[in-house]
Ligand binder design. Structure first.
Ligand code: PLP
Length: 472
């Protein structure tokens, strides 16, 4: 695959099927791509649930002993094998040594999270001093907005995409209210053009140019959770700065999925959770970024002892020696049991690189896209057959691994039939499925099997005779 890296994913797929002398839809293409996948060994470092263990599986339809098709790493990443070992080590240390665990062992609890900040910084393209691991995502968004959102009568707006993730919407709304402003006036929601599903970069930049003088903070997601659109963070940051705004990103769906260069882009602040593409387990330790240019000027609004210089943190003299930058935003000591699984996952990331993951990801997602279009694009000659429209942008640089599929039929029955067949994915009613083939642990064969099972699921849910819906 390496030698083909300069080609578009489409060209690679054509070339492989050409060389194999088979149809691009043949399982042989998937098998070949898996065999030549330089990252295929990483899958073995995760626990892949078995079909038989997933509650909705129907074992009269599928073999319970097979690995499930896990395409929902955009919602909850899989468990790294070493997570349990690390957690066991800390439970043992606690059992045997009690309080001594704070300063002893492989992960002294009093600074355990500091040991993995460098691994985290590499994934988001930041310097280690620009990253903190703490709290949950929405909490971090609040803490950052408390420092970066300082509205004045002339500059009081926060620009955010319309239909942002609800937690972000509420956070922004409540921050505006907290400052005594009215969300109706101060919350600027960027909508798509009529008839379009995603935002155009040129429209985002134009809106910032037009309204920028009244915008205090531009707060977009990195990858939009619903459409899978990857925003041009570099361009948005530059446009915001051109108008004197702070620019921050919620990278929940971008971290571990897209290549981030938070430092180089000059992003002012960012936050993310770690249980999606970062595989740290539900409610895992979240991340925050503050650019080093703000290290001595933008201060945390709320203080706690964990923002104090570590060297003298425990001398307890009640004179704050604040860590510069995002380190000073830490309030409480960090939960060691959440540090363990995040360490396990970040160590897997450190065995590869985001460019290498992205290279596989572009191909994996393009493969899914090409099979979906081949089998399920609307066929004018057979309008009675259910069809699929992909709302995620087609350009690889405008998306991460996720494709959002919009069906011509209500989605619930299709989703249930997929679940009965051992597929884990995400449904958004009325008619969208979000499918995330994750390059760390998903394979090209997973994609092929999914597309085949989707054919069975569509046939079963529509009550069509067997084989009415073409599929591989
Ligand atoms: C997943 C997600 C959240 C979840 O917030 P928590 O504080 O982790 O519960 C918030 N915002 C976005 C954009 C997300 O994708």
């Amino acid at each position: 695959m390496d030698s083909l890296s300069d080609d578009s994913p489409r060209k690679v797929l054509e070339r492989v099927s050409g060389a194999l002398g088979c149809s691009p839809t043949s399982l042989d293409v998937a098998t070949h791509l898996d065999k030549h996948d330089p990252l295929r060994h990483l899958r073995k470092q995760f626990l892949i649930p078995k079909v038989g263990d997933l509650p909705p599986s129907d074992l009269s339809l599928v073999d319970g002993a097979e690995d499930c098709i896990y395409f929902v790493g955009n919602s909850l990443g899989l468990q790294p094998r070493s997570a349990r070992k690390y957690i066991d080590e800390e439970l043992d240390k606690w059992a045997k040594t009690g309080i001594h665990g704070h300063v002893e062992g492989a992960r002294p609890w009093a600074w355990a999270e500091n040991n993995i900040e460098e691994l985290m910084a590499n994934v988001v393209g930041a310097k280690v001093e620009e990253v903190a691991l703490m709290n949950g995502l929405t909490v971090n968004l609040h803490l950052l907005l408390l420092s970066f959102y300082k509205p004045t009568p002339s500059r009081h707006k926060i620009l955010i995409e319309d239909k942002a993730f609800p937690s972000d919407h509420y956070a922004v709304e409540s921050q505006i209210q907290l400052r005594g402003f009215d969300p109706q006036q101060s919350m600027l929601l960027m909508k798509c053009r009529a008839g379009e599903d995603t935002l155009r970069t040129e429209d985002i930049l134009e809106l910032i140019r037009r309204e920028g003088d009244s915008i205090a903070v531009v707060m977009f997601s990195g990858v939009q959770y619903y459409t899978g659109q990857l925003f041009n963070m570099a361009a948005i940051t530059a446009a915001g700065h051109g108008k004197g705004c702070f620019v921050g990103f919620d990278c929940a769906h971008a971290v571990g999925n897209a290549e981030l260069k938070l430092h180089d882009w000059g992003v002012d602040f960012a936050c993310w959770c770690s249980y999606k593409y970062l595989n740290s387990g539900a409610g895992g330790l979240a991340g925050a970024f503050v650019h080093e240019k703000h290290a001595h000027t933008v201060k945390p609004a709320l203080l706690g002892w964990w923002g104090h210089n570590l060297k003298t943190r425990f001398s307890m003299n009640n004179e704050m020696d604040l860590v510069p930058g995002v380190g000073g935003f830490r309030i409480s000591n960090q939960p060691i049991l959440l540090v363990c699984p995040l360490q396990a996952s970040l160590e897997i990331f450190s065995q590869t690189s985001m460019p290498a993951l992205r290279q596989k990801s572009r191909l994996l997602t393009a493969y899914l896209e090409s099979l979906i279009q081949h089998y399920y694009a609307r066929d004018e000659a057979q309008p009675h057959l259910p069809s699929v429209r992909i709302i995620t942008p087609p350009a690889p640089e405008e998306r991460g691994c996720q494709l959002s599929l919009c069906f011509s039929v209500p989605i619930r029955a299709v989703f249930q039939e997929l679940e009965r067949r051992g597929v884990a994915c995400d449904m958004r009613e009325p008619n969208v499925l979000r499918i995330a083939p994750v390059p760390l642990y998903n394979s090209f064969s997973d994609v092929h099997r999914f597309v085949s099972l989707l054919g069975s699921a569509l046939t079963a849910s529509a009550g069509l005779p067997r084989g009415a819906q073409p599929s591989p």
